[in-house]
Each structure stands twice: as structure tokens, then as C-alpha cells.
Design a protein. Structure first.
Length: 131
């Protein structure tokens, strides 16, 4: 099975969101190939059964790259596949937007705080390089 492809169906602009979700589910059920729908923030991600999730991919990428720690920042239900990986010192997971329904170890209040985080990381890296 080809697991490289996926489809994201956005319905943020739909007036009747529940009906939009039901229509997406019906369309996916009518496909000739078995697919699964992963709900997100006003999006339905359609992927083949058996396809790897974001957590699987992060672990694979981290093992291929010469990095001690992976930083992962996300704001959607689909990011929970990474947040549930309990690997202190190996994965630093941050959720954008405070919620009690997350396995992320840390959170950022909003997208704007990502800029501050990245600037702080660059500053630390620069200080280390000149120390």
C-alpha cells in the first residue's frame, strides 16, 4: 500500500460544521481503498490505514539526524501523537494554546510566543558558540 499520500479537508468556513463532518465521513466511506479520518481543528485528515503518524515520523527523523533532543511545537489534535511520547531529555513537546486535554509537557499561550522561543534559542546557541 502506498502510504505517502494524505488529504486534508478543511471546513472552518462551513456554516453547519457537524453536517460538513458527516459529509466528509460519508465520502471517505465510499472510497474504494480503506482510509481513516483523523479529526483536527476544523480539518479532517484522510490517510490510508497503517500510515505512520507524526509521532512515528518524529522518532524516525530524530534517529536519523545528529541531534540529542527534538523540539516539537503543535496546536492540533494530530500533534498529540508526538506529545504522548514520554521521552524527557529526548523530546521537548510544547502545545500552542492552553488546554487540559494534552499530553504536551509545556505550552505556549499563542503563535506569537513561538517567535520569542526561537529568538531565545538562537541567543543561547550564539552565546555557546562564543563561550
Amino acid at each position: 500500500m502506498n502510504k505517502r499520500y494524505s488529504l486534508a479537508v478543511h471546513y472552518r468556513g462551513a456554516r453547519r460544521k457537524a453536517e460538513a463532518c458527516a459529509a466528509i465521513d460519508r465520502a471517505v466511506a465510499a472510497l474504494s481503498r480503506a482510509m481513516r479520518v483523523i479529526p483536527g481543528k476544523f480539518v479532517a485528515n484522510v490517510i490510508p490505514f497503517g500510515a505512520r503518524n507524526k509521532g512515528d515520523m518524529l522518532l524516525e527523523l530524530r534517529d536519523q539526524e545528529p541531534a540529542d533532543v527534538a523540539l516539537y511545537v503543535g496546536d492540533d489534535v494530530n500533534d498529540e501523537n508526538v506529545f504522548v511520547l514520554d521521552q524527557p531529555g529526548r523530546i521537548l513537546s510544547m502545545r500552542v494554546g492552553r488546554t487540559t486535554k494534552t499530553a504536551a509537557r509545556f505550552y505556549l499561550r499563542d503563535q506569537g510566543e513561538i517567535d520569542g522561543l526561537l529568538a531565545w534559542m538562537v541567543k543561547l546557541r550564539t552565546q555557546r558558540a562564543f563561550a
